[in-house]
Design a protein around this ligand. Structure first.
Ligand code: PEP
Ligand code: MG
Length: 759
């Protein structure tokens, strides 16, 4: 059964559209269960009726015509009860309804399972039998499993339906809205450019081209290059492989022959498809065919074809990248955006970002906010492979993307973009003013840095120091660990740029969703794995080189502070402190005269909250990493769009933890700041100030907004709001309460200029 399930789901996943997918479902399920009828009814959101969408066994002419309200018939009953229904004598059931159009009077037995996706009933999967038949428990379980697995596929196919199959490259089709999660606030109107991860065939989009000959040439060049690679690999490995093992290379070469795979790709290119899309199509067909084979040896051949496809794609991508011209007002769209992709667009052209994977707390979203680029994350239903070259609107406030927006929509958003521009200009005037509430409370505003551009932006916006310098960012752009000298130069630049203001440098925090290409960490559960201080304590050589570079870089400047990430216990802290002292001793022995800088610990693991006194006693300051603290307290992966709506730093548990941290730190006489994204959310900043935080560190983009708001609201009012928020047990209600309070004060529009647009 498991094998049958796997095969059906695989086939359905590979279907090109919803209709085909449903057709496969009814055919295969009917055969697998040995029944006479299998049908899918989907709930039409507009009419709120279950409509027959596919059937094998009933009259096909009834498809799209027969429908029932939730309070009608057995299908309606399954849908409303959200439970399977298994009836040997269906017609005797009081809810039985007869539809002449389907010719179903001949069917005596009925088994139906609801199709539910993310708590929403999408439809009902039904099998029927002419003779009386009591479907057994195993069959019922099979149908329930099937429909649970298919729910996601159907939901995805349905959501992408609005753009599917229409027009060339999706051009000239009507407006459609896709919902994700806000990544970085702001609005953008521009042209989509789909970027692909290197050599990943699965995500290559379709694209129609006019110059077929050019694509044929690209493909034949790629073929030739891979052939050369194969020949030289075969020769190189001749001594190490047995003849039968070397035969694999001959198989590869044979597959590349013009008459085989190569020829099929050429045929598809001739239809006007670009070479990469044609390659994906052909390889996918072959792989699917191999994977469905029962023979294990033949199934394995799928990986050979995939490998060949990847090699060819790498050459095609290389040639494409060299020729790519980015349009003005470019909106980068990717299956999974990575920080390195952001740097590829020439300066001044990038206006928006869209990622199918990830959520608002992924690091790429954090960088987008730092760069002030409107971003939507986790748009899981966006058929991104079809949007290259079309017009898009990115609404980073609501987390929405519009494809082919209408003229009216474009105008509306162009106005928001203009209003943002004017607001930003207005906020520039705040640069030299202190962040002080009307009743005289001073709140230092610091900035988070990492990218080169952050330095200039931070200075333009009047930051009073750096609360978090993410040192992993310069590490990401390299091809190996930077040497001590290289690090020294990078850190010196940062320290000098802000001198005499303090710069808080965090020790290398890799793992989770921050990978170094030259130090890959592959884990099932990376956010609970080898991350942050755990990696650097296991590699003291990396930690020591970094600490030495930081200390040397601070010579004569003395504005360095060192921050330790992901500390979950006293022992880790002591080991890290020991290494810093060792590095300090070494650099002084080498003749660099620097004082020991203030050392702080990040509070971002729940265990650290409960040890706040013990930790605070050993360090000079505490800095809360609310991004991770929220993910670990709520057990919600910050990178997973499926649970993005559960990730909320206004959750009462997070607010209580924050109060506990401030109290604990202050009781030990240590300052407590916060450098998670929450600090840059203006409404949250009010609460944090009221809690007693000694400083807020945020991205440079949000700093003026936070300053503006704090200068409008008294500490007394902020404390009132905090008391109100702490008495509410629901994060959404807390957020609405804050928004309402700001609206009453007439302060909401600066935070969200798109608040009038209801998508
Ligand atoms: C945090 O976790 O809040 C934090 C500031 O660190 P990062 O986002 O880099 O994990
Ligand atoms: Mg963190």
């Amino acid at each position: 059964m498991l094998n049958t399930l796997r095969k059906i789901v695989q086939e359905v996943n590979a279907a090109k559209d919803l209709k085909t997918a449903l057709g496969i479902i009814v055919q295969r399920v009917r055969a697998a269960m040995g029944t006479q009828v299998c049908s899918v009814y989907l709930l039409d959101p507009e009419s709120q009726r279950f409509v027959l969408m596919a059937t094998e066994g009933l009259n096909k002419r009834a498809i799209g015509k027969v429908s029932m309200a939730p309070n009608e018939g057995l299908v309606g009953l399954v849908g409303t009860r959200e439970e399977p229904l298994n009836l040997e004598h269906a017609s005797e059931h009081p809810r039985y309804r007869y539809f002449a159009e389907t010719g179903e009077e001949r069917y005596a037995s009925f088994l139906g399972a609801p199709i539910i996706h993310h708590r929403r009933v999408m439809g009902v999967l039904v099998v029927q039998q002419k003779e009386r038949r009591q479907f057994d428990e195993g069959e019922e379980a099979f149908l329930v499993t099937m429909s649970a697995q298919l729910a996601g596929v159907i939901a995805h196919a349905e959501a992408t339906g609005s753009i599917r199959g229409l027009g060339r490259q999706g051009k000239g089709i009507q407006e459609a809205k896709f919902v994700g999660v806000p990544g970085s606030p702001g609005a953008a109107v521009g042209t989509a450019v789909v970027v692909l991860p290197p050599a990943d065939l699965d995500v290559v989009p379709d694209k129609q081209v006019d110059d077929v000959d050019a694509e044929l040439k690209l493909f034949s060049d790629a073929l030739e290059s891979v052939r050369d690679d194969m020949r030289s690999l075969s020769q190189k490995m001749a001594a190490q492989l047995r003849p039968e093992e070397r035969a694999l290379f001959d198989v590869y070469l044979m597959m590349l022959e013009d008459a085989a795979l190569g020829n099929e790709v050429v045929k598809v290119i001739r239809t006007g498809q670009w070479a990469q899309g044609a390659l994906r199509q052909v390889v996918k067909e072959h792989v699917n065919r191999f994977e469905l084979m029962d023979d294990a040896y033949l199934r394995e051949r799928a990986s050979d074809v995939r490998d060949l496809g990847r090699r060819l794609l790498a050459y095609l991508q290389k040639a494409h990248k060299q020729a790519l011209v980015y349009p003005d007002n470019c909106i980068l769209v990717s299956e999974e955006l990575s920080p390195s992709m952001l740097g590829e667009v020439p300066e001044g052209k990038l206006v928006g970002l869209v990622s199918v994977q990830g959520s608002g707390n992924s690091h790429v979203a954090i960088f987008a906010r730092a760069m002030g680029i409107p971003t939507v994350m986790g748009v899981v239903d966006l058929p991104y492979s079809k949007v290259d070259g079309i017009q898009l609107i990115v609404d980073g406030y609501h987390g929405e993307v519009y494809t082919n927006p209408s003229e009216i929509m474009r105008k509306q958003y162009a106005e928001v973009v203009e209003e943002e521009r004017q607001l930003a200009r207005g906020l520039d005037a705040l640069r030299a003013l202190p962040c002080e509430t009307p009743d005289g409370h001073r709140m230092p505003l610091w900035v988070n840095t990492g990218l080169l551009a952050d330095v200039r932006r931070a200075q333009e916006r009047g930051a009073e120091g750096v609360g978090l310098y993410r040192t992993e960012v310069p590490f990401m752009g390299k091809e190996r660990f930077p040497s001590e000298k290289e690090q020294l130069a990078i850190y010196r630049e940062q320290l000098e740029a802000f001198h005499p203001l303090p710069v808080t440098m965090r020790s290398l925090d890799i793992g989770g969703d921050k990978a170094l290409s030259y130090f890959p960490i592959k884990e099932e559960n990376p956010f609970l794995g080898w991350r942050g201080i755990r990696v650097t304590l296991d590699h003291p050589e990396i930690f020591l080189v970094q600490a030495r570079a930081m200390l040397k870089a601070s010579e004569g400047l003395n504005n360095l502070r060192i921050l330790l990430p992901m500390i979950s216990g006293i022992q880790e802290l002591e080991e890290a402190l020991h290494l810093i002292h060792r590095a300090w001793g070494e650099v002084r022995d080498e003749g660099t005269d620097v004082p020991l800088p203030p050392i702080g610990v990040m509070i971002e693991v729940p265990a650290a909250v409960y040890q706040i006194h013990e930790l605070a006693r050993q360090v000079d300051f505490l800095s809360v990493g609310s991004n991770d603290l929220t993910q670990y307290l709520l057990a919600v992966d910050r990178n997973n769009p499926r649970v993005a709506d559960l990730y909320d730093f206004l959750h009462p548990a997070v607010l209580q933890a924050l109060c506990k941290i401030v109290e604990g730190g202050h009781a030990e006489g240590k300052p407590v700041t916060i450098c998670g994204e929450m600090a840059g959310d203006p409404a949250c900043a009010l609460l944090l100030m009221a809690m007693g935080f000694d400083g807020l560190s945020m991205n440079a983009t949000n700093l003026p907004k936070v300053k503006w708001l704090l200068r409008q609201v008294s500490m007394e009012k902020a404390k009132e709001l905090l008391a109100q928020a702490m008495s509410i047990d629901n994060p959404q209600v807390i957020r609405s309460t804050l928004q309402l309070a700001l609206r009453k004060l007439g302060l909401e529009r600066i935070i969200n200029p798109a608040s009038d647009i209801q998508g």
